[in-house]
Design a protein around this ligand. Structure first.
Ligand SMILES: Cc1cc2nc3c(=O)[nH]c(=O)nc-3n(C[C@H](O)[C@H](O)[C@H](O)COP(=O)(O)OP(=O)(O)OC[C@H]3O[C@@H](n4cnc5c(N)ncnc54)[C@H](O)[C@@H]3O)c2cc1C
Length: 485
């Protein structure tokens, strides 16, 4: 049972480490002058922006959050109008999300276990349906002999794990690893991956990048290092992950300003000015930019960012993800005897059942990434419907006239995300990583793309912790040595 919450307790106890950083601020005499607290504009009301705002408010700063959408949460988005309330963005967290769990507890936003993915899936490769137990001897298996017994979804981790040199979650930023900041396909080939293995790896939605030839091997190894200590306890926020950012926003002193599409940011000697597409203008002492770089590319920053940082904003790749949700008439898997989940080498990539708490299938979602998602994104709504239904019929004849598209989410085409997650192209970790989130004049940067040690939602919070301590140090409320790593 949680003890009853009051604002003051919450704001001083958001997370243990943030709290530690905050209380290391100087004596209370230095807390922001009562007459005019330092003001901060936080751009973006995703988890990183909202968390930054909460932490800065806790130290008495005056914070205004500007958000382009008509909702908060950004890439955390529960589809409340679809049966089963599926998640379009962040799916799950785990017991390893230290900051997020502390925050959820403080805000009295309950979590509950997730069912996780089904154990069994049907493979559909090179036009043939194959059960995993038959894969090693299937005619559809064109892998090299040494790879024959590996399922397509196991290939990437098999080759990454072979000689992963990264000793912990922070190691990937060390300069001694820059010699593996090379194209992933080249690295995998050197580890012995066959051409067919490389082809199949690009159909894996769990890979989190666009394609193996445009991704840094070091980045993939970083993801693999984390996966080795992956939690056994997936969970989500009860009633939908969006409930967390909603409660964070409701806990702020000033309501988030919605429908404010930031178009330009000016840093001047005395403060920052932010201009929005609807003509509104905001002033503050500092700005924290949490927009994904994919979107920030379109925002004018004055004076212009230093060269390398500007290049990072322009070039950092974001993974396209397109999800197509289907309503199913009768459960075709009970008729054909195959599992409902499918792993395919079609543009649809994987098809996953969305189950309710009792385990009943509510809907199906096809989840495509990278170049496959981009091809789906290029289709008109009509063409997409025809294409997807005929592909499903080809893969699983029982779906014919038995599925209806309920909803399509394209993160690649979402104007305020332009991709699902950031990653690094070959050579970019070396060039960008230690420079891309550096404060520029009165502008500071946060967001998942700027985090080091954590991933997903937790990375957004990690970045909020780092940026808030940067600002507090700047105004004398925190010694620079006490800043988060
Ligand atoms: C499909 C998908 C699956 C995922 N699965 C998981 C998972 O299972 N577990 C996990 O931990 N994480 C997962 N994630 C990642 C997680 O959702 C993100 O890392 C996290 O939510 C990012 O938070 P953020 O604050 O950095 O960015 P965002 O949430 O993108 O916040 C940025 C905000 O800026 C706003 N914005 C953009 N442009 C402008 C503008 N011009 N003016 C004003 N505001 C603007 C956006 O609308 C947004 O609200 C997933 C993400 C996606 C897309």
């Amino acid at each position: 049972m949680l003890k009853s919450w009051n604002r003051r307790e919450f704001l001083w106890g958001v997370s243990q480490s943030a709290l530690a950083l905050l209380v290391m601020g100087r004596a209370s005499g230095q807390v922001v002058a009562a007459s005019k607290p330092t003001s901060v504009l936080v751009l973006g009301a995703g988890l990183s922006g909202l968390y930054t705002a909460l932490l800065l408010e806790a130290k008495g700063l005056s914070v205004t959050v500007l958000e382009a959408r008509d909702r908060v949460g950004g890439r955390v988005h529960t589809l409340d109008d679809i049966p089963g309330k599926p998640e379009a963005g962040a799916q799950a967290l785990s017991e390893r999300y230290r900051r997020l769990l502390a925050l959820a507890e403080r805000l009295q936003v309950p979590t509950e276990p997730s069912l996780g993915l089904d154990k069994e899936s049907l493979l559909y490769i090179r036009g043939q349906a194959v059960l995993p137990k038959d894969w090693a001897i299937s005619a559809a298996n064109h892998l090299a002999k040494s790879e024959h017994s590996l399922l397509p979804q196991e290939l990437l981790s098999h080759y990454l794990r072979k000689h992963n040199p990264l000793e912990n979650a922070n190691a990937w930023i060390k300069s001694k690893y820059s010699d593996i900041d090379i194209p992933l396909d080249k690295y995998l080939r050197a580890q012995g991956a066959s051409n067919e293995a490389l082809r199949l790896i690009d159909f894996n939605p769990a890979s989190l990048f666009n394609s193996i030839n445009t991704t840094s091997a070091l980045w993939a190894l970083r993801n693999d290092q984390r996966a080795q200590t992956r939690s056994q306890h997936p969970m989500h926020i009860q009633s939908g992950n969006s409930r967390l950012p909603e409660k964070m926003a409701a806990s702020l002193k000033s309501p988030v300003q919605l429908n404010k599409v930031v178009e330009s940011i000016r840093s001047q000697a005395t403060g920052v000015k932010v201009y929005c597409s609807n003509g509104s203008k905001f002033d503050a002492d500092y700005a924290v930019v949490t927009l994904p770089f994919s979107v920030l590319r379109q925002v004018e920053i004055t004076p212009p960012l230093p060269k390398i940082q500007a290049q990072a904003v322009q070039e950092l790749p974001y993974t396209a993800v397109t999800q197509i949700r289907f309503q199913v008439g009768h459960p075709f898997w009970e008729t054909d005897g195959y599992p409902p989940m499918m792993w395919t080498d079609s543009l649809l990539e994987s098809v996953l059942p969305v189950r309710d708490k009792q385990g009943w299938v509510q809907s199906l979602v096809s989840w495509a990434t990278g170049t496959n998602a981009k091809q789906l994104d290029a289709m008109s709504a009509d063409t997409l419907t025809k294409y997807v239904t005929s592909e499903l019929t080809r893969i699983r004849p029982g779906t014919e006239e038995n599925v209806e598209i309920l909803h399509v989410v394209s993160w690649g085409r979402d104007p305020y995300a332009l991709g699902a997650y950031s990653h690094f192209a070959p050579g970019q970790i070396r060039r960008f990583q230690d420079k891309m989130a550096k404060p520029w004049q009165r502008i500071h940067f946060a967001g998942e793309h700027t985090a080091i040690a954590s991933g997903g939602m937790e990375s957004a919070l990690e970045s909020g912790e780092r940026v808030s301590s940067e600002i507090l140090a700047r105004i004398g409320l925190l010694s620079p040595q006490a800043q988060a790593p």
